[in-house]
Design a protein around this ligand. Structure first.
Ligand code: NAD
Length: 477
């Protein structure tokens, strides 16, 4: 495959040469080949992008929502048309299997984008509170920093509500998946948005990301990524008294209470973790089952895991591709080796390279048994296809284990009935819980408790993250 070399950034409604001559290579994780090089933008590109955004902020922010809806509608149409190209790009730069990429990597952001057309059409930006008129006004210039695991979804989940709210955006996407971000910028351009409303700066987190997070003319930073980087972003935002939204890591628990459908719960949990090669922040990486049913649960998990054979992501049969890069592969394998050293048992998978896949950043989908709360695999985010099966004595013990991490992003409860599951879920320190197999809802608020973050994305709650309120008081006759 030929290497595409890009030298431009999307700033002020145009593709202009990056101020940086350095580049970052983009690799195909399945072939390990360099497929593109993108500019490693730094402070100068960020300055130009923020200035372009600032000059567009007042008019876009003061516009009627119907005006913004027109452009956002064009963008949704472009996203729909570009579905095959989005799939091809995400498969190439993330190594995501084509089936999952079609349904989720391309389909989910289209659904989210469409949802914001309805939300904006219905939203009232003005309300009466006693003798005050309260206006919901845009936060201003938004610095959006996104990760690579769901490259387009993470972008759309920030940019759509921000633009709908009347904010303007400078996006710094993950350096592993910038081609999806460039494709998105092209669709914005084709949709005809006013110059400066959306700007893209590619580059490393340490240079472009840090410059954007610390920029004095950025009013709000919306960051999705690791908790370690999220802390740094929050420190910058704190110094500048900026608004900040943080969507961070997770170590979510799937709790199967006595009386639940064990086979169904375990099968759903294994797929939940192995999809996207385990690179899902909300994945239920800890499976908690009653000790009386432990052996049975491990057997079911092993059978479910055997269906996830790593392979070529371009094949429609493949359910698990590689992980995103060599560092991530080595990190996951390191966790597996440490887990075995700490007394965990590998039921399926393990740290050794998969058979017949000498090339590509592949990790064996792994089921670990005999995992206890003191082990690193039970506390830290692995971000690979690894599920840890843990046992509990009773519901109180299950709750203690479920809450025994610094994270609190998602989770699941399976019980004999919804009432019992809800009673348990209400005591979990986490932002989202799926009850007895409840499906993902793209209009429900998504975000974390504790170390998993601050703020919510998606739906009306996601729009309101980008709004600030002003109240005008009137004399009462
Ligand atoms: P990361 O934190 O390394 O990088 C995320 C983004 O931040 C990238 O664009 C990166 O370039 C940038 N960045 C890195 N250092 C920076 C700095 N010093 N200042 C500003 N920006 C910087 O995370 P990752 O490896 O890209 O993604 C994986 C992590 O993201 C996992 O921990 C995962 O749980 C988390 N995640 C969370 C959610 C969520 O919604 N809660 C969603 C997806 C991923």
């Amino acid at each position: 495959m030929s290497v595409l070399t890009f030298t431009d950034q999307y700033i002020g409604g145009k593709w202009i040469p990056s101020a940086s001559t350095e580049t970052v290579d983009v690799l195909n994780p399945a072939t390990e080949e360099v497929i593109a090089a993108i500019p490693a933008g730094g402070a100068a590109d960020v300055d130009a992008a923020v200035a372009a955004a600032r000059s567009a902020a007042r008019a876009w922010g003061a516009s009627h929502k119907d005006y913004r809806l027109e452009f956002l509608g064009h963008l949704v149409a472009k996203l729909a048309e570009a579905q095959p190209e989005i799939v091809e790009t995400v498969v190439a730069e993330l190594g995501c299997p084509v089936g999952f990429a079609t349904a989720v990597q391309a389909g989910l952001p289209l659904g989210v984008a469409e949802s914001y057309l309805r939300i904006l059409a219905d939203y009232e930006f003005e309300e009466q509170v006693g003798n005050s008129t309260v206006y919901h006004e845009p936060a201003g210039v938004v610095g959006a920093i996104t990760p690579w695991n769901y490259p387009l979804h993470q972008i759309v989940a920030k940019v759509m509500p921000a633009l709908a709210a009347g904010c303007v955006v400078v996006l710094k996407p993950a350096e592993d998946t910038p081609l999806t971000a460039r494709l998105f910028a092209r669709l914005i351009d084709e949709a005809g948005f006013p110059p400066g409303v959306f700007n893209l700066v590619t580059g490393t987190g340490a240079a472009a990301g840090a410059a954007l997070a610390a920029h004095p003319d950025v009013d709000m930073v919306s960051f999705t990524g690791s908790t370690a980087v999220g802390r740094q972003v929050a420190e910058h935002a704190g110094r500048g008294v900026k608004r900040v939204a943080l969507e961070l890591g997770g170590k979510s628990a799937c709790v199967v209470l006595p009386g639940a459908d064990l086979a169904k719960a375990v099968n759903v949990a294994v797929a939940n973790v192995f999809n996207n090669s385990g690179q899902t922040c909300s994945a239920w990486t800890r499976l908690l089952v009653p000790e009386e049913q432990y052996a049975e649960a491990v057997t079911i998990a092993a059978a479910a895991a055997a269906k996830f054979v790593p392979g070529d992501p371009t094949s429609p049969e493949t359910r698990v591709g590689p992980v995103v890069n060599a560092k991530q592969r080595d990190r996951v394998r390191g966790y597996l080796n440490d887990a075995v050293g700490e007394g965990a048992r590998v039921v399926v998978g393990g740290a050794q390279a998969p058979d017949d896949l000498p090339t590509g950043f592949y990790v064996r989908p792994t089921v670990l048994a005999d995992v206890t709360t003191d082990m690193a695999v039970a506390r830290e985010e692995i971000f690979g296809p690894v599920i840890s099966v843990m046992s509990f004595h009773d519901a109180e013990d299950a709750l203690r284990i479920a809450n025994a991490t610094e994270y609190g992003l998602a989770g699941a409860v399976w019980a004999a009935n919804d009432n019992e599951a809800v009673a348990f879920a209400r005591r979990m320190d986490t932002g989202q819980v799926d009850i007895n197999g409840g499906r993902f809802n793209l209009a429900a608020p998504f975000g974390g408790y504790k170390g998993s973050g601050v703020g919510r994305e998606l739906g009306r709650f996601g729009l309101e993250e980008y709004l600030q309120t002003k109240s005008l008081q009137f004399r009462v006759a």
